[in-house]
Design a protein around this ligand. Sequence first.
Ligand code: SF4
Ligand code: SF4
Length: 424
Amino acid sequence: MKPLNLLKHEIDKCVRCGTCRSTCPTTKVLGVETASPRGRVSLVSAYSSGEIGLSETYLKHLRECTLCGACRTNCPNGVDTVSIFASARAEAVEKQGAPLAASLAFRGLRDPGGIVGMGLKLARRLQGLLFKDASAGAGLVSRFSLPLVGNGRLIPPLAGTFFLDLPEVRAYESSKGAPGEAGKPRVAFYAGCGVNYLMPWVGTKSVELIRRAGAVVSVPGGQACCGMPAYAMGDLAAAREMARKNLEALESSGADLIATSCATCGHGLKSIMPELLSDDPGLKLRAEKVASRVRDISELLLNDLGFRGAGGGSGASTVVTYHDPCHLGRAQGLREAPRELIKMGRGTVLKEMKNPCLCCGLGGGLMYTNYELSMEIAGKKAENIKKSGADVVATACPGCIIQLKDGLHRAGVQTEVKHVVELL
Ligand code: SF4
Ligand code: SF4
C-alpha cells in the first residue's frame, strides 16, 4: 500500500465535480458533503497539506466510509478514492495506534487454532445464556444489552464445529487425490473467518460442488484470516502478518487453483495480499503468483471447471434476487457468474432488485464503528429486496449475509438470505 504522501497526485486528480456523490451509500443516508466521496477527498487533502490535524471529526468522517468503491468506479477522472481513504486510515493508526479491542482480535485471527479460536469455542458454550433465537431462526439477539452487540442486533450463531475442525475437512488437509484422480485439476479451498466460524455448511457445499465439477480438493492447514478487516481498519502490521501466513499456506498446497466462497477473502487474496507484501520484491512476486491462481467459487465452477448445474431443477418455484457484494462485483468484476449459478439452482428463477450493487453497509468496519449508520444503509437494501418480491436473496459473501439478515430483520422483511452455493 502506498503511504499517503505518495498519493498526492491521486488526491490532486479530483476536480470536485461531485459525480461520485450520487453513488455513495453514506451520502444517500446522511446527505452532507462531509459524508460524500468528494468531501472525504477534500478532508484528506486538507490533512495531507497540514491544514487540519488528526482530529476526532476528521477520523469520524473517514471511518463512515464503507470502502465500497462505488465512487472510484464512477469517477470520470479515475481518482483511486479507495486507496486514498485506506492509506489515510493506515496513517491514522500508525500515528495513534489501533483500538485495543481490534488490535487484540486481529492478533488472534492470525491463527485460527490460537487465542481467538479458543475464545470463540468458549463463547459458543455461553451463547445460549447470553442470546436467544430471533424469528424464523434467522440469527440470535442478545437477552441483555452487551458491549459491541447492543439491543436488538441480529448476530449469527457460532457454528457447532468450525469448518476447519470438521473431520471430513481435516481429511482434505493435504489431499493429493485418490488413485485414478491423476490429471484432474487440483483446487485448494480457502475458508476465511465467515465460513470457518459461522457458516461451515457453505464451505462443505463448496467443496462438494468443486468435487462434483471434477477437481481434486484440498483444504490447506495454516490458513489465517484474509487480513481484509485489519486492512480496512488501517492495522497494516496485522494485515501483513496474515498475508504472509496465507501466502505460505496456499503456496505449500501445490494446488493449480485456489477457491474461496467469500467475496472479501477473494479480493483480499487476489489484490490486497500482493499490495501488502509489495515492500519485499521476493515476497511480492510469490504473492502475485499465488494471487493469479485465486478464484471466486462462481468463476471457478463456471469458467475453470465447466460446471453445468446440479440438474435437479424442474418447474421454477423459488424467486431469487441477487445482491452484488462490493468485493465481488466491483472489486473482481464478477457479476454474471453468480447469477448464472442462481439460474442453475434447484427450481430457482432470478429476479433482479433495484440497484443490486448498492453496498449493504457492512464494509470498511462500519458495522463496528457506526452501527446505526450501517443499519440505515442496510435498510435501503432491505427496501429494494422487499420490492423485488423475491422469496430468497442470494449473495456470495458471508459478511453480506450477516448484514442482510440483520437489515431485513430490523425492517421486518421475511425474505430468506442464502449463499449462492446453497441453491445448487
Ligand atoms: S472523486 Fe472523482 S467524481 Fe468525485 S468529485 Fe473528485 S473527480 Fe469528481
Ligand atoms: S468508498 Fe463507498 S462509502 Fe466510501 S466514499 Fe466511496 S462511495 Fe462512499
